[in-house]
Design a protein around this ligand. Structure first.
Ligand code: AMP
Length: 291
């Protein structure tokens, strides 16, 4: 595995060493890597792609500066995991490398309503920051395939929109969420949970499972109320949202016609840590591509 810290050295290496016929697969991350991230690496390896992973804790996507300061950094462990998973190249840029003109947003990405609902509503500016960094990283790495996790469902839609807006010919592969045996979705933020809160946090998974198993056509309000109650009873101190939405558009659905594909989405705080998760509610399994 090779490591680069500058865009220039990375670009030169790729231009010289990767045959034009070989695809580059790209996995952008913020580090504090876990097996969920490695699923994306494995997906890229499975496609036979030269696999590039970036680790960059992007300051512009944190609407809460304290959240940014406390974001876990485990770089030595990350590099070990990546090397063992067969990652070919790691890009570890500095803030100045990614934002040579400073971190003030100088352009706006037209994300439409996606920016004002769910995560966009509770984390103003978050998706502009995500687009800013992903756009810059794609410009540097120039991959043919981009691997992103279904765990961040709305982010998958935002990044798809970004790629469409940019006109780049990049295939996006969305990788299903990897969970602990308890059902808790793997997340870098789990590192900050106490063991008790980690156990209690499985209520997110159970509330989504409850939605999936009980949903009937008609008004959905009662199901949402019950899912919220499950979270409160487990010890979640604040719920940003429990929502049921059209899986294709993410528009909230309050009355189900029995046909529209649905996804359930949750964002809630336990022990001061904000966790998000989602689950396709229609069709078998959790992989949204198989609905
Ligand atoms: P992050 O480091 O949190 O920015 O995540 C980097 C990438 O890993 C994103 O595309 C995430 O959606 C993906 N990811 C995070 N957690 C999981 C998980 N449990 N399973 C699959 N992919 C994940």
């Amino acid at each position: 595995m090779i490591l680069f810290k500058t865009a220039e050295s990375l670009g030169q290496y790729l231009a010289k060493n990767i045959a034009e016929t070989r695809k580059t697969g790209f996995v952008p991350t913020m580090g504090a890597l876990h097996n969920g991230h490695l699923e994306l690496i494995r997906a890229s390896k499975q496609r036979g792609a030269f696999t590039v992973c970036s680790i960059f804790v992007n300051p512009t996507q944190f609407n809460d500066p304290k959240d940014f300061e406390k974001y876990p950094v485990t770089i030595d462990h990350d590099l070990l995991l990546l090397a063992n998973s067969g990652c070919d190249l790691v890009f570890l840029p500095s803030v100045a490398e990614i934002y040579p003109a400073g971190t003030v947003l100088t352009r706006a990405f037209d994300l439409g309503y996606l920016e004002t609902i769910l995560e966009g509503r509770y984390r103003p500016g978050h998706f502009q920051g995500v687009c800013q960094v992903v756009h810059r990283l794609l410009e540097i790495v120039r991959p043919q395939i981009l691997f992103i996790g279904q765990k961040d469902y709305q982010q998958c839609m935002v990044i798809s929109k970004l790629v469409a807006l940019s006109g780049w010919n990049i295939e996006i592969e969305i990788v299903p969420t990897l969970r602990e045996p308890s059902g808790l979705a793997l997340s870098s933020r789990n590192l900050r949970l106490t063991p008790e809160n980690k156990t209690a946090a499985t209520a997110i998974y159970h509330s989504l499972q409850y939605l999936k198993q009980s949903l009937q056509p008609g008004p959905l309000e009662g199901y949402i109320e019950q899912a919220r109650t499950m979270l409160v009873q487990a010890g979640f101190e604040k719920i940003d949202y429990v929502a049921i939405a059209d899986a294709g558009t993410l528009m909230e659905t309050t009355n189900w016609n029995g046909n529209t594909r649905l996804v359930g989405l949750v964002a809630a705080f336990i022990g001061g840590i904000r966790l998000i998760d989602n689950m396709p509610l229609t069709g078998a399994g959790e992989d949204h591509r198989k609905l």
